[in-house]
Design a protein around this ligand. Sequence first.
Ligand code: C5P
Length: 229
Amino acid sequence: PDTAIIVVAAGSGTRLDAGAPKAFVGIDGHSILRHALEGVFAAAPAQVIVVAPAGFEGDAETELRAAAGQRRELGRVVTGGDTRQQSVAAGLAALWGDVSTVLVHDAARALTPPAVIDRVADAVDGVVGVIPTLPVVDTLKRVDGSAIVGPVDRDALAAAQTPQGFPRALLESAYAAALASGIEYTDDAALYAAAGHRVGHIPGDARGFKITTPADLERARQLLAAEPL
Ligand code: C5P
């Protein structure tokens, strides 16, 4: 395939407080990583790089094998780093073959519909990166200490999700520039834009929320109970 999906799963999950790296915490009978990979392998065929926490590569292999089935040869596990950015860089270094489009996906967004993955991959074109977004529904305020200092125009904002898709060569050079600068970016789109490239957005999906807190894990459990994948 000419598309690769880097699934970053090397976070510690301290905010989830579940006693294991977040990717290996169970939602139902299956882990967060297993659900994320089921979604990835239900999308159009792509090379899949799973970035695992150091010491958990074997566990990641097990989840990869279970989700990939016949497509096992499309997948590979590598060891992540101390920050998300370092984990993505480790994933990029592990690509093989003629990949021209790279999607970077948080394993923590375990219930992301395969259709979102396909929409992002299809929308990457030429030099432009693509991210899925949702409208912001909350009323937002600008604050200064304890004071409200002004309204925020919600229509000018969007909430970013993953997978975020980019032309491979430009993403690799943007990562090299970020490494040289020593700057840690909030996401791949910010890193890519900092290198001078354009990023567009397409509609995300509510099921693509990031499992971060115990309440998020409970939401994922309820969604799966109501509507199993
Ligand atoms: O911590 P948070 O949920 O925001 O991390 C987003 C994603 O990045 C998660 O899927 C997590 O496993 C991954 N990550 C990583 N390596 C790190 C930190 C986070 O792969 N050092």
